[in-house]
Write a protein that binds this ligand. Structure first.
Ligand SMILES: [Mg+2]
Length: 268
């Protein structure tokens, strides 16, 4: 069933980034202009990608031609994971596998401990090898550590030498831990609510006052719709124009081929 159209009384925007604003290091051609158009409306950028810290992301955005995006507007799954761990146990001890962005974030609030960790955290990005997997399994099976993943995506899109490339996502990297231990993992990123809730709290807005713009029905749109946000699918990423909308997921209020089409629909 198609969701009803809302009047564009939008007080805030939440945007996914990869596949909405850029592919690899290349801005989608209408994305910088769209960001300019919404610059006077409070906006947060929420990403399942835990690899880069917000300051690195704003530098990359700036290199791609985006202006006016502050690092304080960006919320990553590494930040959400850190917040969740603090909520479970202040001064938590952790063993993390993943990129530097995840390690830096967790190190702000917790203590790395490969012998007695409360949590084994598996993040998207480089870092997983046989030894890390062995340590994580030992902590889960024999030390009572809980298994936590930054994001559920099984694969992510990337660009290498101008060509599209599929890389393993956080969901694929945590899978060997689940297989070996048979425990359930807690997964933090979209469509789980925490990233959206952090953004809404930051904006001081209610879900229905905000529009979430994303390129994935199963994560971006589904998680936002469950919380009662308005949603827009832009078919510029994983999900291309003409692809039938997947069954079993909330349909977006706007389903468009580009940000240009979205801004026309919203009369921006
Ligand atoms: Mg995306």
């Amino acid at each position: 069933m198609n969701a009803p159209k809302h009047s564009p009384s939008i007080k805030g925007y939440l945007l996914d980034m990869d596949g909405v604003l850029y592919h690899g290091m290349h801005a989608l051609k209408d994305a910088p202009a769209f960001i300019q158009r919404i610059q006077d409306t409070p906006t947060r950028f929420i990403t399942n990608n835990p690899i880069h810290p917000p300051k690195v992301i704003t530098e990359r955005l700036s290199l791609m031609g985006f202006t006016g995006i502050q690092h304080t507007q960006i919320i990553t799954s590494a930040m959400a994971t850190c917040l969740w761990l603090q909520q479970q146990k202040p001064n938590f001890q952790y063993f993390a596998i993943g990129a530097q962005g995840l390690h830096d974030e967790l190190n702000h609030a917790g203590t790395f401990n490969a012998e007695q960790a409360d949590f084994v955290v598996v993040g998207e990005g480089p870092g997983l090898d046989y030894e890390q997997l062995s340590i994580g399994i030992e902590l889960i099976l024999n030390k009572g550590a809980k298994l936590v993943g930054t994001n559920p995506d099984l694969t992510v899109d990337s660009m290498k030498d101008g060509k599209h490339q599929i890389l393993p996502g956080g969901g694929a990297l945590i899978a060997p831990f689940i297989a070996a231990t048979q425990v359930q993992a807690t997964i933090i990123g979209k469509p789980e609510p925490l990233l959206y809730e952090m953004a809404l709290q930051d904006l001081g807005l209610k879900p229905e006052e905000c529009l979430m713009i994303g390129d994935r029905p199963d994560t971006d749109i589904q998680g936002a719709a469950v919380l009662g946000m308005q949603t827009a699918l832009v078919r510029t990423g994983r999900f291309s124009p003409g692809t039938p909308y997947p069954a079993g997921f909330h349909k977006p209020n706007w389903d468009v081929s580009s940000l240009t089409e979205l801004s026309a629909s919203l009369s921006l």
